[in-house]
Design a protein around this ligand. Structure first.
Ligand SMILES: [Zn+2]
Length: 196
């Protein structure tokens, strides 16, 4: 398995990580990221680190049946039932999880963004309320600080709550064609590259 990491402007002021397709049945992020990477860009202020597609499987879980967003080595990780939310046999059991854990240990990210579907909200963990408000203005989804259910072993808990990195979980509208949402995502990536 190879996870692609694409870095724009390695010497930028801030380092921002954007992760697409945590869940394989929410594929839109890969499209937004690849379309943005194809555009001409000049004088970026910040460094953007893109993972277009974390989960190569075409289902919510990875090829081992693990929900990657429940597999992070957090204090609240629990061994759960083998359903669509299975957190793995132990924390960070999965290659995808280890890849992100290593990346976050090796880089001091100023913000981390992940792209999910379908709740039409901007959720955040850690000191990210201001950034969540900015992203809400760009994408037109309301900010929700609490997604309404427990997410043990989540990426947001790992990065935002336990490491104090501003972490945003974008939940897009899956009923809209990705082409309809692309313009907003290009605005978002331009904001992250130049204004944040
Ligand atoms: Zn998701």
């Amino acid at each position: 398995m190879s996870i692609e990491l694409k870095i724009l402007n390695n010497s930028g002021l801030k380092k921002i990580l954007v992760v697409g397709v945590f869940h394989g049945d929410e594929p839109q992020g890969e499209y937004f990221i690849n379309e943005y990477l194809n555009l001409q860009k000049e004088n970026l202020k910040n460094s953007l680190y893109f993972i277009p597609r974390l989960n190569q499987n075409n289902a919510r879980t990875n090829k081992n049946g693990v929900d990657l967003n429940r597999n992070f080595p957090t204090k609240n990780w629990v061994k759960s039932n083998k359903d669509d939310y299975f957190g793995g046999n132990y924390p960070a059991s999965e290659e995808e999880t280890k890849f992100l854990v290593n990346l976050i240990e090796e880089n001091k990210f100023d913000a981390i963004i992940t792209i999910h579907a379908p709740y039409k909200i901007i959720n955040y963990d850690g000191p990210a309320q201001g950034l969540a408000d900015e992203i809400s203005n760009i994408l037109g989804y309301p900010v929700e600080s609490d997604i309404g259910y427990l997410t043990p072993g989540s990426f947001g808990t790992y990065c935002g709550i336990e490491r104090n990195i501003p972490t945003i979980t974008i939940e897009i509208d899956e009923n809209k064609a990705p082409q309809e949402l692309l313009g907003r995502f290009i605005m978002l990536f331009n904001f992250l590259a130049n204004k944040y």
